[in-house]
Each structure stands twice: as C-alpha cells, then as structure tokens.
Design a protein around this ligand. Structure first.
Ligand SMILES: Cc1cc2nc3c(=O)[nH]c(=O)nc-3n(C[C@H](O)[C@H](O)[C@H](O)COP(=O)(O)OP(=O)(O)OC[C@H]3O[C@@H](n4cnc5c(N)ncnc54)[C@H](O)[C@@H]3O)c2cc1C
Length: 457
C-alpha cells in the first residue's frame, strides 16, 4: 500500500482509500457494470493536485486512471488497484462574451458549458446529455447532434488546452505552442495527458427549435430514407437524429402507447425561428406520427431533455460505426434488429456527421472520419445486471449484422466498449501512425493507457 499520508499533504482535494467513509461513492462511475476498487482516489480541486497525483502514481508504480464526467462506457474512470484522478471538482465555466470563447475546468460537464454560454446567446457543439463530461467527449471528438452540422465537432472548436503530462509537468497546447500535442488532443482521447482546462470557440445562437417526434414503427424505413435524402441538401442549421426507442411514459405520448416500440426522430433547427416550421415539414410528413413535442425551446433545455431517462447506475454496453450511406440493405438490417430493442433506456441512434464536420480534412485533427454521413450508436442500456447476457447479446448481434453495410472498418472511440480495444487502430485509420509518434514523444511509458489505447510507436 502506497504511503498516502505524503499525498494528503500535497493535495487540497480529498484523497480517499477504502478506509475512508466516502470510498463507496467515490469509486463509482456512471456505467454500473464497472464495480471496481481503486487503491487511491484523488478528487482534485486544481491543477496542482493533478500534478501531485500524477507524480505520486509514477513514484509508487500505481496504474493511473483519469475521470472527467465519469460517463465513459468502458469505465476507465475507475480501476482495480491503482490511482484514480477524479477531475469532477474542477468544474468552472468562464465566458468571454466579446471574444466569444469559454474556458472550462477539465472536470466540467456539458450542462455547465451550455448554462454559462446561453445567457449570452452563445453556444458550441457538444453531446446532448447534460451530465456528460466535456473532458472525455472533447478528447474523443465530440458529436453534437444539434449543432455539429453547422459548427463542426466539439474538438474542432477547441482553441487551447492546459495539459498535465505523463511526467507531471504542465504545458499549454494550441495552434502556437506544442501543436503536435494539440493535434492529438482533438480526437486522440485521453492518451496524451490530463487536460485541466479547455478553451472553446463559441457561436451565436439565438432562436432554437426542436424536440422529439415518435412515428409508428412500420414507418421506420420511410423515416430513415426521408431523413437521409432530405439532409443531403437541407441547410446546416438543421440537426437531429433518428432511432428505435421504446416509448417512455412521458406526458405528451398517449398513455396506451407507453411501452410500445416506436421510431423516433429528434429534430432541431438553429436558424431563424420563422423558418422552422417550413424546414421541418418534410420530416414531419415522413410517416404517421404517434406523438410529438416539437417547438421553440431554449438550447440548454433540449440538451438536457433526456437526462431523466439516463440516470447514473444503469448497465451500459455500446457499439458504434460510421456510416458512409444509409443503403436499402442497411435499412433492411435495421428493421430486423431495431424493433427488438430490449429495454426502455436502450437507444439505437443515427446521428448526422456531415456539413461542417466535412469542412476539415482527415489529417487536420486526430479525429479522422470527415466524409461519413452518419454515426450509428447501438447503445444497450438497462437496469438489472441479471439481464446483461440478453442485452449484450442483442447489441452484438445487431452490430455484427449491420457493420458490413457501414463502409468503414473503425467506429467512434467515444461510443466503444472495453472489448473494442482491437478496433482502435482501425478507428484512427490514416492518423494512427502519427498518433503513435506523438504518444512516444509525450507518454513513452504509456502512463495514460486506461483508455482506447494508442501505444507509443
Ligand atoms: C448518456 C450519454 C450520452 C452521450 N452523448 C454523447 C453525444 O451526444 N456525443 C458524443 O460525442 N458523445 C456522447 N457520449 C459519449 C461520451 O463522449 C463519452 O462517454 C466520453 O468518454 C464521456 O466523457 P466523460 O468525461 O464524461 O467520461 P470519463 O469516463 O470521465 O472519461 C472518459 C475517458 O476520457 C479521458 N478523460 C476524461 N476527461 C479527461 C481530461 N480532462 N483530461 C484527460 N483525459 C480525460 C480519460 O481517458 C477517461 O477514461 C455520451 C455518453 C453517455 C453516457
């Protein structure tokens, strides 16, 4: 057992071991499947704590796990043995409204950013669940269902990052300083260092309109085709996603349809409010509607609309693919597996990753896929561990059947489970060699290996 008394002297946040009262809570992450027992958990409150913890882990040969918002599906934010650096108390959001930037603490969540920026009529693309961490999301790429077609990925909007490196030093990475590291941080995941502060570009966002439409299940092929065809030409302000869902018990869905499997389209429009109805009309007409809740909405409202359906403590097993084109064959496979969605929380989503995401070349950031139309996520989510085999089996079978129709070997590392480690190289495709070289420069001993790992060259 390492001598944590020394570490406690160096750290202002909490240092927690299994002898401490808060240990049971402190070791937990969002995906309850990962019931792990770290040796030491450091709840850092500032950069100095992070530096002390990295040096302590190295000096004591402890495996190092890093946690931002704790949403990572493979649960690398907790580990058996080893030292966990939990950044969840470094949660500030400092907006510069004139310069249109925001600086976020490395452990902040998406809701912190949306709340702080929206008051100035500003936003940047990020995921649609407000409790997800900006850390893991940005470093893996960051697909914003509602704003990425207009403004790119979250990592495309990253201007600068303060990083604690594997040897416990602090550097700033941006276009002017350490540009190799800056390139790698934009998609390469947690492989290169611990980011204590992220600075993002913001964009004007005044009107916002959107919400979910639930169609009859039989209409799924028509809705998928309409969504795919319409969005090839539609303005970039149109966002959203489609997918299979069991209808949750929400007030706008007729009670007798709660629990039915339906096909959902969550649509959004960030252009001028007076055009919203006209732009969304063809999507609304794609099939018979069971229920809908679409209208003007504050952006942070839609960003957190599904939080209640996704509380911490559920079991998660996900698989993902980028999709070049939604072919008729692929739609056929979706119709075979999607309607069997096994749990209320489970989601099968197709997100749009075109528009501004395509404005950068594959080699401009570590995130390499700049020509896909969609990102598919088969997100198995259920409450009872007794149902693990059935749910994991359904995700795997679905993925095996649909993957050959994707057009890409790799997937989105942020939507991958632990058993997808062997897809890491394929997921980084042409950028993998350069990532390995940069890894060798910044983390030659692979200190940061509890992630979708890129070992040093
Ligand atoms: C409910 C839900 C909704 C989601 N929606 C979206 C979405 O709309 N779009 C999207 O792109 N993704 C989405 N994701 C996926 C999400 O991007 C990943 O799960 C991401 O890893 C979460 O980051 P985190 O900081 O919350 O997780 P953590 O588990 O804390 O972190 C994941 C990994 O990232 C690294 N990491 C985290 N923070 C830092 C940091 N500051 N410095 C260095 N390394 C760090 C570590 O390696 C860590 O193991 C969603 C996930 C969930 C569970």
């Amino acid at each position: 057992m390492a001598d944590v008394a020394t570490l406690r002297e160096q750290v202002r946040g909490m240092v927690i071991t299994s002898d401490d009262a808060g240990y049971e809570d402190a070791r937990r992450v969002y995906n309850a499947m990962h019931d792990r027992r770290p040796e030491v958990i450091v709840q850092a409150v500032d950069e100095a704590d992070v530096i002390a913890a990295v040096r302590f882990a190295r000096d004591n040969d402890l495996e190092l796990a890093v946690r931002g918002g704790a949403h990572g599906v493979p649960g690398y934010g907790t580990w058996d043995g080893g030292l966990v650096i939990d950044l969840g108390r470094i949660r500030y959001a400092l907006v510069d409204p004139d310069g249109r930037t925001v600086r976020m603490g490395g452990g902040a969540v998406l809701g912190d950013m949306d709340h702080a920026t929206y008051v100035y009529g500003l936003a940047t693309p990020a995921g649609f669940n407000s409790t997800t961490g900006i850390g893991g999301l940005t470093l893996g790429g960051g697909v914003g269902a509602y704003l990425s077609r207009k403004h790119g990925l979250t990592c495309d909007n990253l201007i600068s990052a303060d990083v604690v490196t594997a040897d416990g030093e602090r550097v700033t990475a941006n276009a002017e300083q350490h540009d190799d590291l800056f390139w790698a941080l934009r998609g390469g995941g947690g492989n290169f260092g611990i980011v204590t502060s992220f600075q993002y570009q913001l964009h004007e966002l005044n009107d916002f309109y959107g919400g979910p439409i639930f169609f009859e299940l039989d209409a799924a092929p028509d809705v998928m085709r309409t969504f795919s065809e319409y969005t090839t030409e539609a303005p970039r302000e149109l966002g959203g996603f489609v997918g299979f869902h069991i209808a949750p018990p929400l007030p706008f869905i007729p009670e007798d349809r709660h629990g039915d499997t339906l096909f959902a389209l969550v649509a959004s429009w960030s252009g001028p409010g007076e055009r919203a109805e006209e732009v969304l009309k063809p999507l609304r007409e794609a099939g018979p509607i069971v229920a809908e809740h679409v209208g003007p909405v504050p952006y942070p409202g839609l960003q957190s609309a599904f939080d209640a359906l996704l509380p911490p403590g559920l079991q998660h097993y996900w698989k993902s693919d980028f999709v070049a084109e939604l072919t008729d064959e692929a739609v056929g496979v979706h119709m075979e597996h999607g309607p069997k969605v096994p749990s209320l929380h489970t989601a099968v989503h197709l997100y749009l990753v075109d528009g501004a995401v395509h404005d950068l070349g594959a080699d401009e950031t570590a995130f390499p896929v700049r020509d896909a139309r969609f990102l598919l996520n088969i997100a198995g989510i259920w409450p009872d561990p007794a149902d693990n085999d059935a749910n994991i089996g359904w995700v795997r079978e679905y993925y095996e059947a649909v993957h050959p129709h994707s057009g890409y070997e790799g997937g989105y590392t942020n939507f991958m489970a632990e058993d997808d480690q062997d897809r890491t190289q394929a997921s980084y495709g042409p950028n993998y060699d350069r990532l390995q070289e940069i890894k060798a420069r910044w983390d030659p001993d692979n200190v940061f290996h509890l992630n979708q790992n890129i070992p040093p060259d």
